[in-house]
Every structure is written in C-alpha cells, then in structure tokens.
Design a protein around this ligand. Structure first.
Ligand SMILES: Cc1cc2nc3c(=O)[nH]c(=O)nc-3n(C[C@H](O)[C@H](O)[C@H](O)COP(=O)(O)OP(=O)(O)OC[C@H]3O[C@@H](n4cnc5c(N)ncnc54)[C@H](O)[C@@H]3O)c2cc1C
Length: 507
C-alpha cells in the first residue's frame, strides 16, 4: 500500500461530497477542525443533479439551518423554480404541498397554531437544486480550509482507540474520526458493519425526461391509476410509480426507452408513444435506518444512515439536520470541550427524527397502493386534509415545523428550534448564529448572566437586549445548531442556567 508520506492526521475524514458531507465539513471547519473529504466521483457535475432531476424541496429546519450560516441568501434558483409536485392554483386554493399525492392548500392552513413562529421567520418550504446547493456548500467548505479530493472512493478503513486509517485504492489517509456521508449504498456503513434495519420496497419509481409523440394522451398533474401513479408537471418531465415490488430498481438494469414506454403505457393505461429518452433515474420506497449512528470513531449521517421513498421529499432535509446536529458536537469532542455524553446525544436526538420520517414515507405508500383498501383509506385522509386542522397538521409535518428533541427542561420551547427573534437593532437570531457559537440570549440584561457566559467564552456568546416579540421570555440558551437547550420566562434562576450550560458545554 502506498501510504501518503508527510501527510497530516486530519481531525475528520468525511466520505462523500454530497450535500450532507459538504455541510458537515463546513460546520467542523467553522469550529476550527481540519477536514478532508474523499469523494468517489471525479466530476461534481451530473445531469441528475440539475433541473429537473436535481430539484429538491427544502423544509423549515433546513431553511433555518442555511440562514443560520449565512447561506440562504446565496440560493438563487428557487426564485424561478416551479415545484413539480404542485398544481397551479391561486390564492386560498394554491397547493403548497402534498401527502401521498393528496394536495394541501395555502388558505386551509391555520398558522396561528404555530405560536412560536414569528412573522419574519424564514420560509416554510423552498425549491432548490442539488447542484446549486453543492456548489454553495463546496465554496463555503473550501473557504474555511476543507480539503476535497475527488475521484477517490473510500475502499476500506481500520480504526484503533485513537484514530482511523482510511484507504482509497492503494492510498491511505489518517484521521481521528471518520464520518460516512457516502449516500444510500454507503461503503462506510457496510465496512463498519452497521445494522441497516427496515422494510422492503413495494414499487419502482422513475424520474424521466422524455419526448412523447402524443402527450395529450396523458393527463397533467398527479394521476393515481389501477397500476400505480404518473405525474406530468412540465412537458416531457414524467415521474412514474410502478408497484412491481421494487423489482426493476433492484435489478439494476439500464432504463431503456422501450422499458419506460412499456411502464408508462401500463401505469397510465394509454398507448402513449415515447420517441426519445434523454435521461432517467429510478428509486424505491425501501425504508431502512442504521440501528446506531456510531461505532467507535466512525459515524454516519445523511442517506448513509437512513433511506426511504422521496415522497414529499424529506431525505435531504433529514441529512442536513443530521449534519447540523453532529457538526458542533463532534468539533467539541475533538477540541476536548465536550460535556460527557455530548457526542452520543447525536444519535439520541437524530435517530427518532429519522424514525418519524421513515414512517411518514411508509404511511404515504400505504395509501398510494392501487388496491381497494388503500383507495378507501386514501379517500378518508383526503377528507381530513381538506379540514383546517387536517391541512395544518399535514403542513406542519411536511415542513418540519414542530421538529423537537426530547431534552430535559420544563419550558415548552426546550428542544425546539429558536424563533427568529428580531432584536431592537434589527438583527435577527439567524444572523447572530453565523459564527456557529452557542448563544445565551438575555432579554433582561442581567449582569450575572453576562459573567456566567464569559466563563465559557470559547463556546458561548452573550447577547442581551429586547426583541420585537419575545413571548414573555427572560432568557434562553441556544445551542450552535439553533435548538433551545434551556429557556425561562420568569425571573432567571441562575443556578438552573448554570446547570444547563454545564450540561452542554462543560468539558
Ligand atoms: C427522485 C428523488 C427526489 C428527491 N427529492 C427530495 C426532496 O424534494 N427533498 C429532500 O429533502 N430530499 C429529496 N430526495 C432525497 C435527497 O436527494 C437525498 O436524501 C440527499 O441527496 C442525500 O444526501 P447525502 O449527501 O446524504 O447523499 P448523496 O447525495 O447520495 O451523496 C453521497 C456522496 O458520496 C459519494 N460516495 C459514494 N460512495 C463513496 C465512497 N465509497 N467513497 C467516497 N465517496 C463516495 C457519492 O458519489 C456522492 O457524491 C430525493 C431523492 C430522489 C432520488
């Protein structure tokens, strides 16, 4: 083996320069860790990452995450992207999302139920493109000193008590930690022997760009049929769901024009003629999740840790949430600033969120099946979604509005994403979080709290002042990922805040 001479021992090696690996690398580098990303593909560009294939819906937690690192304003494409899953419509009947293809509409959502969402909050959903997102995340990672080596797939690794030696063919690299962000077929997950438990697929999904001789034979929008579902949102851009038990996707056969035509004819029950196949990709509803996210010095994040159907598209959001949660905890561990059990709280917090998303995708498949029982259930869910409470419930789940970690603490905001408070000087909490530090936010300007925060100055910054709306709160402890570790709306109990700070930040 050709061991690279004179090489440094990186704090972290990440396998995979997908959105999750890139975001995580940026988080670690922001906290002054040295990071190497090894990426299998030589070329970061791929037609499958560009429009229309690369369209991804971002939900509230991801949008907040990007805002908290100053990246949201760099996304440009969403200003002219049409959501392929949304039918046109106006005003109250404008479709703003779906569950199992059943739309919910803007005017039906009762946002007053989201009591801690402030008027200047970032959007609840936004269309993005994988390629644009990766370009922005690559730029950020590299500007913070992350090294990215492309065309180098991880092929093996060994871990000891203190470090990990990673192989890529005949080259090797060393680090203190290895994080597998290498997607659904993760080599890191397989080599480390993580159990990947879950359920088998019921369908093969196709995303295709095709020319059709007689497109009028297909209905526009989403169409559930006795054999599956097809969706034609823009001319030539067709998504198909074929309930074949996931057989075609599993066969790994190439997707030919003849095959797409056969499936489209059968699913749409038409004799439509496909004259050209420009690009196609397949996917399934296989739902699996690693039963732990850490083995020694090896961790998993993103699709490497969980896979599910892209219905209502939550995989990227789940992965970015993993990376935001893991970044500061792993960095604190590396810098010897982590409180006991901090790194393990990554799995404790993120695994249950993954379970919810996998079940959300399974529930959709269960009522999309083209059988009478599923159709009956589908009709009932449709009725519920047309109620105000129903639409509000589905919107809050699809957009991740109520994402919540079970943390110790009595205040209802504990474990929730911090509202985007706007301080007297016009600065928002999102803007104050760009440096990746935790914040002790003191609405009462209590000198004792300032002194306390200064004891942890490396990790915690003190912000005081009034906010335009502060829900009667006196003080909050906000983690670097934007989740509230502690909150008080009475006179601040200084012992309680000290205990909370020690819990999260005392080495
Ligand atoms: C059709 C479709 C639509 C979707 N729509 C949405 C949506 O609207 N919203 C949403 O949130 N999610 C959506 N998703 C899911 C989302 O795309 C994924 O969850 C997300 O891309 C996962 O990111 P990742 O970085 O974990 O993995 P990936 O994006 O898969 O990146 C993994 C990287 O690792 C590299 N790699 C692989 N093996 C190795 C190796 N051995 N060594 C080094 N590098 C390696 C790969 O080349 C790749 O660059 C959709 C998925 C599909 C298929």
């Amino acid at each position: 083996m050709n061991k690279d001479q004179n090489q440094s021992i990186y704090d972290v090696i990440i396998s995979g320069a997908g959105p999750v690996g890139l975001f995580l690398a940026g988080e670690l580098a922001l906290a002054k860790c040295s990071v190497l990303i090894l990426e299998k593909a030589e070329d970061p560009n791929s037609p499958l990452k560009q429009l229309p294939f690369g369209v991804r819906g971002l939900s509230a937690p991801s949008i907040e995450t990007l805002d908290r690192r100053g990246l949201l304003s760099e996304l440009e494409l969403h200003k002219r992207l049409k959501n392929p899953h949304q039918n046109s419509g106006q005003g109250a009947r404008r479709q703003v999302g779906h569950f199992a293809g059943i739309p919910f509409h803007e005017g039906d959502i009762d946002t007053s139920q989201w009591i801690y969402r402030l008027p200047n909050s970032t959007a609840t959903s936004l269309m993005s493109e994988i390629q644009e997102l990766e370009i922005i995340l690559t730029r950020r990672a590299e500007s913070l000193g992350v090294e990215i080596k492309r065309g180098l797939a991880i092929t093996g690794f060994d871990q000891t008590e203190n470090n990990v030696t990673v192989q890529s063919g005949d080259r090797s690299f060393q680090s203190k930690w290895l994080v597998g962000c290498d997607g659904s077929r993760s080599v890191v997950r397989k080599l480390a022997g993580f159990e990947f438990a879950g359920t088998e697929p019921e369908f093969t999904g196709y995303t295709t760009k095709i020319d059709i001789a007689d497109p009028e034979k297909l209905k526009s929008g989403r169409n559930i049929t006795p054999a599956g579902m097809y969706l034609q949102s823009q001319p030539g851009y067709v998504i198909i769901q074929d309930f074949d038990g996931g057989a075609f996707h599993g066969s790994e056969e190439p997707v030919t024009l003849e095959h797409v035509q056969e499936v489209l004819r059968r699913v749409s029950n038409t004799d439509v003629t496909v004259t050209a196949l420009h690009a196609a990709t397949t996917w399934t509803d296989r739902a699996r999740q690693a039963t732990t996210y850490r083995k020694g010095r090896v961790l998993l994040a993103g699709d490497a840790a969980h896979i599910h159907a892209p219905l209502g598209g939550q995989g990227l959001n789940l992965g970015l949430g993993d990376a935001m949660n893991l970044g500061w905890k792993l960095a604190a561990t590396i810098r010897n600033k982590a409180s006991e059990g901090l790194l393990d709280s990554y799995y404790a917090e993120r695994y249950p969120i993954g379970v919810q998303v996998l079940d959300w995708s399974r529930a959709q498949v269960a009522i999309m099946r083209p059988d009478p029982d599923a159709r009956a259930l589908n009709a009932i869910v449709r009725d519920l979604m047309n109620t105000r409470d129903g639409a509000t419930y589905f919107a809050s789940r699809v957009w991740g509005i109520n994402t919540h970690y079970k943390l110790d603490g009595h205040h209802p905001l504990t474990g929730r994403s911090v509202p985007n408070f706007e301080m007297e000087n016009g600065v928002t909490i999102g803007q104050l979080m760009r440096d990746g530090k935790a914040i002790l936010l003191d609405f009462d300007s209590n000198a004792h709290l300032k002194d306390l925060a200064n004891e942890y100055i490396d990790q915690l910054k003190y912000v005081s002042g009034r906010a335009a709306e502060q829900f009667g709160l006196s003080a909050l402890l906000i983690r670097p990922d934007g989740f509230i570790a502690w909150a008080s709306d009475s006179e601040t109990d200084e012992d309680a805040i000290r205990r909370a700070i020690e819990l999260w930040f005392a080495a």
